[in-house]
Design a protein around this ligand. Sequence first.
Ligand code: F3S
Length: 283
Amino acid sequence: MEVKLAEYAGFCFGVKRAIDTVHAQIDTGKKIYTYGPIVHNEEVVRELEQKGVQVIEGEEDLAACDGTGTIIIRAHGVPKATQEAMEQRGLECIDATCPFVKRIHKIVAQAGEDGMEVVIAGNAGHPEVEGIKGWCSGPVTVIETEEEAQNFIARDGQKVCLVSQTTFNYNKFQSIVEIFQKKGYNDNVVNTICNATEERQHSARVLAAEADVMIVIGSKNSSNSRKLYEICSAECARTYFIQTLDDLRLELPKAVRLVGITAGASTPNNLIEEVQNYVRINF
Ligand code: F3S
């Protein structure tokens, strides 16, 4: 029996970079905070907490902390005002915003300076989108659907800059771009979707199509992990969704030739290896 890991699985570049930043700061021995959980994975957050890393949940928490130590901005990024509040609080601020997200901040900040109205294709309320909004100096609108794109009217003939949340669906973004083109809102259209999500989904689909059993490792509250589970279930009837090895109740019929494994973008490598080794040794 073969055990195969999807070509792209687990931490994406930006999340890995943010977590490595936290680890490097722990080694300095200073008091370390992260602004929000560094990643949507309880195991990782718990492990960091055991090493003394404290999660600041919002601006209220920030105001209540004693103002000493280092605070790390996670891969999603934060609004400009939040970053300034951290600095004003006296904390040393380390920006682990994913460079792909930072690029969006720069695009929208420039658009504001150029007097353009910003439109973000994304999920309103998502921390990344909230962060992007916080770098816009002028009017900004978040649209999630084609219908909202149809209904959108730019303010007073203002030019429009359209960007996307990094995890936004590519086809949906294309439809929104087309709608905007027809309306003449194509002054500055930048596709800022990150291909890490697409790569993970595509390689999970390919592997699930050939596997007899599929295991998806990820946190139940991670939307990209749940999406991987959906994709794999559609291709492979025996798909298991587990958070840690303890959740795995694997029963493999004799005829199983290939067990596929994939993991959400917030699943750490050691967890993936643990599951891989367990299946290899026990079946
Ligand atoms: Fe960055 Fe893409 Fe991950 S934007 S945080 S590498 S999903």
